[in-house]
Design a protein around this ligand. Structure first.
Ligand SMILES: [Zn+2]
Ligand SMILES: [Zn+2]
Length: 331
């Protein structure tokens, strides 16, 4: 056997004749698929683009499901296990769907596949990327009660998966240091993150002190919950509609603005006890879309909220849709 220099492992360029990489590890609980690939690449001292070249894939600056399922076995994880924690896009009747963690998301803007965000304190403590960070509306770390970041604190450029270490930006500067300030998360952000954690991971108890909100959110699927929050938050319609039509993901700061606006409006409507409906200008196209995809129970719960809001004449009425939703069960 050839003598090795400096390390008990072969030099990086000598690795490539081997079927797998020397340092192996499994997926951690709650770890993101692309995050796993970056964690293991840096443990094996292989750069991002070097890795893609090694498996002969086009060097996109983000990891597709093709890439992670080809790469993961090199580090010791079976393709089917990495598939679950990597966003998979497909179309049904021309409509984009994304599958992640066994759940279906019907709008591309709900998943941040190409533009990662991180909690820099979690990265510092645990050195792995959490799967929940890949959800657009998950903007607050529940453990540290701070906002996630999607920009480098040093060069201010958007974070990319094409970096050589989870804790470093492409510019080479660390994502955490004593000079990086943490921004406290709002109550609304934390509430949305808690509901997402509960519905996404399944095993985390959801503690929401607001009973009305809890009853509403508890009955919704994760897809419908996030789209309802999204619809109520669209106050600057032109800004967001242009982005979502182009399938671009809004930056974390814009999403935080949307969440704060949305939760305060939902809360206000739920606690409204006056005889006249509230005047809230809601994006009807977006809300209509949510109602069309809601099941019967979700539809009823959302309408309980909408009944308190005026300007909603064009939405499907609960009586009309009751019968059609029941009928559709037997089609
Ligand atoms: Zn954290
Ligand atoms: Zn940077």
């Amino acid at each position: 056997m050839r003598a090795l220099t400096h390390s008990r492992f072969p030099l990086r360029t000598e690795l490539f004749p081997f079927a797998t990489f020397p340092i192996q590890d499994g997926l951690l609980p709650g770890e993101s698929g692309p995050g796993y690939v970056l964690r293991m690449a840096s443990k094996n001292h292989v750069g991002y683009y070097e890795l893609l070249r090694h498996i002969d894939l086009y060097p996109y600056p983000y990891l597709t499901i093709d890439a992670t399922t080809k790469i993961a076995p090199l580090f010791g994880v079976m393709s089917k296990n990495i598939m679950r924690v990597t966003a998979e896009n497909y179309k049904i009747y021309g409509q984009c769907h994304t599958k992640l963690n066994g759940l279906i998301f019907k709008k591309p803007y709900l998943i941040r596949q190409r533009s990662p965000q991180v909690c820099h304190l979690c990265l510092k403590e645990n050195s792995y990327a959490q799967l929940a960070w890949d959800l657009t509306l998950y903007t607050a770390c529940i453990a540290h009660k701070i906002s996630l970041i999607d920009h480098c604190p040093s060069c201010n450029k958007p974070l990319s998966w094409a970096r050589n270490d989870l804790s470093l930006c492409k510019c080479g500067k660390p994502l955490f240091s004593d000079s990086v300030k943490s921004i406290p998360a709002s109550e609304s952000q934390l509430l949305v993150s808690k509901v997402i954690s509960h519905k996404f991971a399944g095993d985390i108890p959801c503690s929401i002190s607001n009973t009305f909100l809890f009853q509403l959110f508890d009955s919704l699927s994760l897809d419908i919950f996030m789209r309802l929050v999204w619809s109520f938050g669209l106050h600057d319609q032109s800004k967001f509609s242009r982005r979502t039509q182009g399938k671009q993901i809004p930056c974390t700061n814009s999403t935080i603005e949307l969440i704060n606006h949305s939760i305060s409006r939902i809360n206000y409507a739920l606690n409204h006890n006056f005889s006249s409906p509230l005047e809230i200008d809601i994006n009807q196209t977006s809300l209509n879309d949510v109602l069309n995809d809601a099941n019967y129970v979700e539809f009823k719960k959302i309408h309980h909220l909408l009944d308190k809001v005026s300007e909603l004449d064009k939405l499907p009425r609960i009586l009309d849709s009751n019968s059609s939703k029941q009928l559709s069960l037997f089609e």
